[in-house]
Write a protein that binds this ligand. Structure first.
Ligand SMILES: NC(=O)C1=CN([C@@H]2O[C@H](COP(=O)(O)OP(=O)(O)OC[C@H]3O[C@@H](n4cnc5c(N)ncnc54)[C@H](OP(=O)(O)O)[C@@H]3O)[C@@H](O)[C@H]2O)C=CC1
Ligand SMILES: O=C(O)C1=N[C@H](C(=O)O)C[C@H](O)C1
Length: 263
């Protein structure tokens, strides 16, 4: 059970700043988030933690909301710490499968009132790209996803492409569509990408890229391409700040920033 004194509803303190701690603060996205929090009205950056630092710095600084942009192997332990100390969490770190999400739900069962937002992508353009793909999915026989990232990325396929594939697959199922057509019977292993919920996902890692995704849909005589490009990591910051401001009003686990924005 989280200590009640630390499980402060942020909405009660709207006139005071929300105290924010960033985990992964020296990383590519974490550093942008720190800058964004420092410049934002109503937010105060009270803790910056990175690998090797004591997470206890979060509660020592009075952190109300922690933001995590670390590594898929590290994020669950960070969340365990935050939840145990009544700290709400906004999580951008990827690598969440259903088993990991269930582990977060179990941690939250012991800490009523604590909110955790896990969002595979915080950029508004990427959220819309996923929504547009979901809307288009029932109307096309074929669909494949290409995701393109910088080569220092820890995971493949990306969290965004996994989520897009799941949304598209659910939309196809709801519309009564069968499997996507593919007559491939033999060939080089990997040539057809990864199978995520029946949807093919292709991952490219190329120096110079940041984060990009195309959803290619096809029907007889036409194709539709839905593409999003994050050209700079500042694209993630407004969504993170929106998550920080809203997370305390959403106890329990929320997957996807779109649920806070009503998209
Ligand atoms: N949801 C979204 O919108 C987005 C999500 N991401 C995801 O965010 C994550 C981070 O991405 P990115 O910033 O590019 O990665 P970086 O490697 O640049 O940054 C991660 C930082 O976290 C540190 N770190 C690793 N483990 C721990 C730990 N246990 N405790 C504290 N700090 C730790 C790293 O240290 P060290 O380098 O020494 O290992 C590094 O400084 C990835 O999972 C990525 O996919 C990225 C962009 C947008
Ligand atoms: O590692 C990255 O860079 C990114 N990770 C997220 C993902 O895996 O989808 C979001 C964005 O694509 C950038």
């Amino acid at each position: 059970m989280a200590p009640a004194c630390q499980n402060r509803p942020v909405s009660e303190s709207t006139r005071a700043s929300i105290k924010v701690g960033v985990i992964g603060a020296r990383g590519k996205v974490g550093a942008e988030v720190c800058r964004g929090v420092e410049e934002a009205d109503g937010l105060e950056l009270v803790a910056q933690v990175d690998i090797g630092d004591d997470l206890g710095a979060l509660e020592a600084a009075g952190t109300q909301v922690a933001v995590d942009f670390t590594h898929p192997d590290a994020v669950l332990a960070n969340l365990e710490h935050c939840i145990a100390h009544g700290i709400h969490a906004v999580v951008g770190t990827t690598g969440f499968d259903e088993e990991k999400l269930e582990a977060v739900r179990r941690l939250l069962d012991a800490a009523p009132g604590v909110g955790v937002l896990v969002a595979p992508n915080f950029s508004i353009g990427a959220l819309l790209m996923m929504r547009f793909a979901e809307l288009a999915a029932p109307h096309f026989e074929s669909v494949e996803i290409m995701e393109m990232h910088h080569p220092d990325k820890a995971d493949a396929p990306s969290g965004t492409s996994r989520r897009t594939a799941q949304l598209v697959a659910a939309a196809r199922r709801a519309a009564g569509l069968g499997p996507v057509p593919d007559a491939t019977a033999s060939g080089l292993e990997g040539a057809r990408g990864a199978d995520v919920d029946g949807i093919r996902v292709h991952s490219q890692r190329v120096r110079g890229l940041v984060a990009h995704q195309e959803v290619l849909l096809g029907a007889p005589g036409e194709t539709l391409t839905i593409r999003h490009d994050s050209l700079d990591r500042v694209s993630f910051v407004p969504g993170v700040l929106a998550g920080v401001r809203a997370v305390a009003d959403h106890p329990g686990l929320t997957v996807g920033l779109e649920h806070y924005l009503g998209l």
